[in-house]
Design a protein around this ligand. Structure first.
Ligand code: CP
Length: 296
């Protein structure tokens, strides 16, 4: 059985609910933790990360695993070693699972079947961020108790956001109505267009995104002028349904896509998302390294 997680394309509703229930059991400490003392998880991050990297690290430690935190800057990638050979090396070293983040979209596409050790995708370029989506779903499920019929608006830099792309697919599969609000240049196909300000009062979830300037082509920096119209301000929050929630995968740019005072307002779930990341990643590591964790 393949225990790697590269994207959520093949995940069913049942797969999602099973993962979230496992995560909730870890959160409520119903599940025994600290029982994987012999296991080693390697974190290989080829792009900056705070939440994904360290919540995987915390999750692995809570399960009793040891972790290796790969430092690209002092690794043999500097001598030209490829990503595949780096991954193959960690497999040869005998680690039980790897978490990989890499700037290339679908970095795993050409060799995923050649690696037997489970790999958990911590984000590939502007492609997929499956573990972020699962922690977002856990946060939504905890608040509303269900997914079916919820209206979600994903706002801003849809084009470069792996979070938006992963979420829009899995959320629609779960019966949520997903809208995108952005300037035309940063819009993506596959979701309904919404008007950020006039449709906001009808939404259950508003999900903001960081503008990924590092992925913008140089000539795209002018977008910031237009994106000023997509900032969630306190005045706009007051137009939202009282039970609606504000989400952001973070890191966020206070004052750009979200007002400083909105970040920690009562409807914001931003820091809950981060906490839930640990429990979702515990469930995913557990799934990867439990008996028959190695693919066969
Ligand atoms: N949300 C997220 O992926 O954050 P990091 O880039 O800090 O891991």
């Amino acid at each position: 059985m393949n225990k790697s997680l590269f994207n959520l394309d093949d995940w069913t509703k049942e797969d999602v609910n099973q993962c979230l229930n496992e995560a909730l059991a870890f959160k409520k400490a119903e599940k025994i933790v600290n029982y994987h003392q012999e296991k080693v998880v390697a974190n290989l991050f080829f792009e900056p990360s705070t939440r994904t990297h360290y919540s995987f690290d915390v999750a692995a430690h809570k399960l009793g695993c040891k972790t290796l935190n790969f430092n690209e800057k002092v690794s043999s990638t500097k001598k030209g070693e490829s990503l595949y050979d780096t991954i193959k090396t960690f497999e040869a070293l005998g680690v039980d699972a790897m978490v990989v983040r890499h700037p290339e979209n679908e970095y795993y596409k050409t060799w995923e079947n050649k690696i037997k050790t489970p790999i958990l995708n911590g984000g590939d370029g502007s492609g997929n961020h499956p573990t972020q989506s699962l922690l977002d779903l856990l946060t939504i499920k905890e608040h509303f108790g269900h997914f079916e019929g919820l209206k979600v608006m994903i706002v801003g830099d849809l084009k470069y956001s792996r979070v938006a792309k992963t979420n829009m697919k899995i959320m629609q599969k779960l019966g949520m109505e997903v809208f995108g609000a952005s300037i035309d240049e940063l819009y993506v196909n596959g979701i309904k267009k919404a008007n950020f300000k006039t449709d906001l009062p009808h939404m259950d979830v508003v999900m903001l995104l960081r503008y990924q300037f590092e992925r913008f082509a140089e000539q795209e920096n002018y977008h910031l002028d237009y994106l000023k119209n997509y900032k969630l301000t306190k005045a706009l929050v007051e137009t939202m349904k009282p039970n609606a929630i504000i989400m952001h995968p973070a890191p966020f740019n206070r004052g750009i896509e979200i007002d400083d005072e909105v970040v920690e307002c009562s409807q914001s779930k931003i820091f809950d998302q981060m906490s839930n990341g640990v429990f979702v990643r515990m469930a995913l590591i557990n799934r990867a390294i439990s008996d028959q964790g190695k693919q066969n």
